[in-house]
Design a binder for this molecule. Structure first.
Ligand SMILES: Nc1ncnc2c1ncn2[C@@H]1O[C@H](COP(=O)(O)OP(=O)(O)OP(=O)(O)O)[C@@H](O)[C@H]1O
Ligand code: NI
Length: 335
């Protein structure tokens, strides 16, 4: 646990007066609502054969104001695609379906153009998104100029734990953690209400990663809705209110961060429990096998092949996401 890192989940929910039901299901009027999001790619094989590769096969989640929701998925599971789908930045060969709403209205092309970079901010996965020729201060200010903007910059940098000298540094002089904080500062200074952070925690020292995530927690505490995409469940739990778990392109569980405790008794999906029990602090029990590609599991539960509780029905049909014990789960026989 890094200095300054804090665990908020349950306390945070109760401070806002949420019931335990709301703790896992989210606020009544969310800022961001994603329903049945699917993303596929059209690929050309040998002899001009076209095939569709499914990447996201059904993601439902919501993010309320003042809330940090983590979407946890392994590398290649489609986290960056989800970030780009929300921001309207999918590559040309991608097709998406499902519904994405922001502040109660569909997030269509016209609204995206108006809101992106202002109310809607993406903290991209690669710090290469920083302009190599601009000092960190200019970078975070964007087009804002003048003494008032300067003093806001100073306040935001110090809130996120960036030293004053960082304003004058170029991207190559910043550590990975500092660069992340500059990106988060840019979102805060741009007036973001919803921040999607595509978090590259790999390659970052654990303490530094937690520190950068803390800046996102600060944003949520200031009233922003934050969606954090990460493969690092341990880091996510330090800052998240709720956690959505991605498996083979589908959301399989939506839980309050406080459900991740003990031996995982409060968790609902066998995969979520396996993830929890695979952590070094919880016994280091690895889960044998690999995640299938979404199309391999189009007509069954995607987890059936690795699940100790799988029944014949789990291999014959796909379970839908359903409300279960104050959270949501995609399983025929949830715990
Ligand atoms: N332009 C593209 N064309 C075809 N397939 C793509 C394209 N972009 C991404 N994919 C595929 O979509 C899947 C999801 O990729 P994505 O980058 O969203 O994963 P991720 O969860 O962000 O992984 P990581 O944690 O490594 O960043 C991958 O299998 C990837 O190969
Ligand atoms: Ni990614």
């Amino acid at each position: 646990m890094a200095i300054g890192a804090k665990r908020v989940p349950a306390q945070e929910a109760s401070r806002r007066g949420a019931s335990s039901e709301e703790a896992a299901l989210g606020a009544a009027a969310p800022l961001l609502e994603i329903e049945g999001l699917r993303v596929s790619f059209l690929q050309y094989g040998r002899g001009l054969q076209r095939r569709t590769v499914q990447a996201l096969a059904g993601v439902d989640l919501s993010v309320g104001a003042g809330e940090l929701v983590a979407l946890v998925g392994s590398s290649g599971s489609g986290k960056s695609l989800l970030a780009h789908a929300v921001m309207g930045l999918l590559p040309d060969n991608a097709r998406s379906s499902g519904s994405i709403r922001y502040a109660g209205e569909p997030l269509d092309g016209e609204r995206l153009l108006r809101l992106r970079g202002k109310e809607l901010a993406l903290v991209p996965q690669g710090v290469t998104y920083l302009d190599p020729l601009l000092r960190a201060g200019e970078q975070a200010l964007g087009r804002q100029r003048g003494p008032q903007a300067r003093s806001r910059l100073r306040a935001v940098f110090s809130r996120f734990g960036l030293p004053e000298r960082a304003e004058r540094l170029y991207p190559h002089q910043l550590s990975g953690g500092m660069a992340r904080k500059v990106l988060v500062s840019a979102a805060a200074l741009g007036g973001a209400r919803l921040v999607v952070a595509d978090e590259p925690t790999p390659g970052m020292e654990a303490g530094k990663a937690a520190e950068a995530l803390q800046a996102l927690r600060e944003l949520a505490d200031g009233g922003c809705g934050v969606l954090l995409l990460t493969h690092d469940i341990e880091a996510a739990l330090r800052v998240a209110d709720r956690v959505a778990v991605l498996y083979a392109g589908e959301a399989v569980e939506l839980a309050a961060a406080s459900d991740f405790a003990g031996a995982g008794e409060r968790l609902r999906h066998p995969y979520t429990r396996a993830l929890w029990q695979a952590l070094p602090a919880n016994g280091f029990r690895p889960l044998p096998g690999v995640q299938p590609a979404p199309e391999e599991a189009a007509a069954s539960c995607a987890f059936a092949a690795r699940c100790g509780q799988a029944a014949p029905e789990c291999r014959a049909a796909k379970p839908a996401m359903r409300v279960w014990r104050g959270g949501q789960v995609r399983c025929f026989k949830p715990d």
